[in-house]
Design a protein around this ligand. Structure first.
Ligand code: SF4
Ligand code: MSK
Length: 645
């Protein structure tokens, strides 16, 4: 697909700020990406630095020519590098899940003022998966037992993670047969690191088997625990209107951006931003009020639950500071650029780190503890308010785009089926009758190696134009929100069938499902589609796929691996980290299909990627016998029973 131009972004606000930065000699990730060229050996997974006999560099053009000092071949090295990306991604998501579980238990015990057990219906539903009795018990009792059981899964040594039982029975059997059902979350990460140490696991296929089990501990473990317990504590998202892009910053208010991933802090900042005393203080300092907005996934968390506007995605964190209008950027963990404090020095902006695991030189550290959340978040906002009078000239782009976010698995269920008969039946029926060709998850980051946002937006337009319903998380969702694709009116860009469905239900053709850990919602939605009947007996039968056109994070590799292991085709853009080893690449791109009925693909061109996905979905439809458009059939009980799995 031709790029619109050779500009670094398709986002108008970003271009405006980048232009100002260039004229004023300010450096951003876009500039550094030009200066620092990717090392071709490292990019293809062909460099090993796992011991001091190396680092050993292999020749990706002649893969079998060189061996490492220890005798390792390029296939082992590439697999070890890939597996360590999976381990790091799993660790990041799961450590997030662990913190949530700990706070959840404390909330149930009423030890953390400000946190509560909000969604009782979801509490009971999740409790059932963990065999926690609910009848006749107080919600706090149920929550405490559930939290303790979830937390125990991090240190569990044997057995299986309970959430894996939410997958279709056939999938669970396959995982068992292939030996990839995760036993304990931390155990899988530790074993992965052990097996990739010098001189341990040297069979690339065996390394990949553990990488798969490790990724499973992310998607069906740490991430899913994070999402479910967060929903119970903070409320399960429902669709709500909000705004996106740098235009959400306000010239006459104290602008505070919260950036990172964990909502434990962000939720309390939302509360504190409404504190009458702090609002009064902001007014005393000459501002009209406190304007909170989000960035990246922590932004997505409070966007989905409170409609807090989102200032931008990954590559806009520096651009927000360059507006000169941000009094404080509060960061927790993951996807935060180390350039923020030095950039902020050119303005009045304070960078506040909050997590003891993630400090930065040049930032102000105000350590966050859930037990004293109310006071600490007030202190953080006070720093921002006191900073307002120091603000200089601002340049806030005007783009502030309408969007709808909040499509949890429960709200999709409700939206399609109504409160009394909430179900995936209407979605399945519309897939069967051909109005909706299939469903694709478009997820992941931005990467300055490709034109900012264009990978997401171009691909998504192509997919919806071909009647494919798109579900999104992370920075992909923010990219499409900024382009106006997350409103019901965007259905005018969809194919005839999808447009009809969107217009009937009043939904956008692109559904924002949340943050990176919320990819677990997509796993559950796929499992529910199978359970609903009529689309096969396993996730691998569904006309679905997953895509990350602008990925950069190790977490994306872990997410991709657990979707492949769950039976999906997963396509990545930008670059592919195993190309130095043709054997490992073949294993991931072809042999994984035999193992897991899902596979990886790499395609940097959005148009070609769309064509590949559409072809894959068409083949799945053919295999299901639904490739010819059918009119909607009203099912009687007999017909319905024949669809049961
Ligand atoms: Fe080289 Fe082997 Fe050491 Fe890796 S583990 S750096 S390939 S000697
Ligand atoms: S924030 S992991 S840049 S999606 Fe989840 Fe965005 Fe990727 Fe971070």
């Amino acid at each position: 697909m031709p790029q619109e131009n050779n500009k670094p972004s398709i986002c108008k606000s970003s271009l405006e700020i980048l232009d100002w930065a260039k004229k004023n000699g300010m450096e951003t990730a876009f500039d550094r990406a030009q200066k620092v060229k990717p090392c071709p050996i490292g990019a293809s997974g062909s460099c090993c630095k796992n011991c001091a006999m190396g680092p050993c560099r292999f020749n990706p053009k002649k893969p079998d020519e060189v061996k490492g000092v220890c005798g390792a071949d390029i296939h082992t090295v590439a697999a070890r590098n890939f597996a360590r990306m999976v381990a790091s991604g799993t660790a990041a998501h799961s450590d997030h899940g662990r913190e949530v579980a700990k706070t959840f238990i404390a909330a149930a015990r009423k030890e953390v003022p400000g946190y509560e057990i909000k969604d009782e219906a979801k509490l009971k539903q999740t409790a059932a998966f963990y065999n926690v009795k609910t009848e006749g018990r107080k919600k706090e009792e149920i929550a405490e037992e559930l939290g303790v059981k979830c937390l125990a899964e991090f240190g569990q040594q044997d057995g299986i993670l309970q959430m894996t039982k939410r997958a279709p029975a056939k999938r669970q059997e396959l995982w068992k047969e292939k030996g990839v059902t995760p036993r304990g979350i931390d155990r899988e990460v530790v074993e992965m690191m052990h097996r990739t140490h010098m001189g341990v696991d040297m069979d690339y296929k065996n390394i990949m088997q553990q990488a798969t089990r490790c990724a499973m501990a992310d998607g069906w473990g740490g991430s899913m625990i994070a999402t479910e317990l967060q929903d119970i504590m903070f409320g399960t998202p429902v669709p709500m209107r909000a705004k996106a892009n740098l235009g959400v910053l306000k010239a006459d208010q104290v602008n505070v951006i919260i950036h990172g991933h964990e909502p434990l802090l962000a939720e309390m900042i939302v509360r504190a931003s409404k504190d009458p005393e702090l609002v009064k203080l902001a007014k005393e300092k000459g501002a009209r009020g406190i304007n909170l907005s989000g960035m990246c996934c922590t932004g997505n968390e409070i966007l989905l639950r409170h409609g807090v506007p989102i200032a931008g995605n990954f590559l806009q964190q520096e651009l927000a500071i360059l507006t000169g209008a941000v009094e404080a950027m509060i960061v927790d963990v993951q996807c935060v650029m180390q350039s923020l404090p030095s950039l902020a020095q050119c303005f009045h902006t304070k960078i506040i780190t909050a997590n003891p695991k993630a400090k930065m030189q040049g930032a102000q550290h105000i350590e966050f503890h859930e037990h004293d959340a109310v006071n600490i978040t007030k202190k953080m906002l006070t720093v921002a308010i006191e900073n307002y009078p120091k603000r200089g000239k601002v340049r806030i782009p005007k783009e502030e785009v309408d969007m709808i976010a909040g499509f949890s698995h429960e709200s999709i269920n409700y939206m399609l089926g109504g409160s009394f008969r909430g179900s995936y039946r209407p979605l399945n029926d519309n897939i069967i009758n051909g109005r909706i060709r299939g469903v694709v998850g478009v997820v992941g980051c931005n990467n300055p190696r490709v034109q900012h946002d264009s990978g997401h937006v171009n691909l998504v337009k192509e997919l919806i134009g071909n009647d494919i319903l798109v579900v999104e998380t992370g920075c992909a969702a923010i990219a499409c929100a900024k382009d106006g694709l997350l409103i019901p009116e965007a259905a005018s860009m969809a194919g005839k069938g999808l447009r009809e469905v969107c217009e009937t239900v009043g939904m956008p053709p692109v559904l924002h499902c949340g943050s990176c850990v919320d990819n677990s919602r997509i796993l559950i939605a796929c499992s529910e589609m199978v359970r609903e009947g009529g689309l096969g007996t396993d996730i691998s039968d569904l006309p679905v796929a997953g895509v990350a056109p602008e990925w950069m994070s190790e977490k994306a590799i872990s997410i991709g691996q657990y979707f492949v292991a769950s039976g999906a085709l997963v396509a990545f853009g930008v670059t592919w980290p195993t190309l130095g080893s043709p054997e490992l690449t073949k294993h991931l791109f072809e042999e994984h299909e035999k193992l897991y009925k899902g596979k990886w693909a790499f395609e940097p061109d959005a148009g070609k990627m769309a064509a590949m996905i559409i072809d894959h979905i068409n083949k799945k439809r053919e295999a299901l016998g639904i490739s010819k458009a059918q009119e909607r059939k009203l099912f009687d009980m007999e017909a319905r029973r024949s669809l049961e799995v």
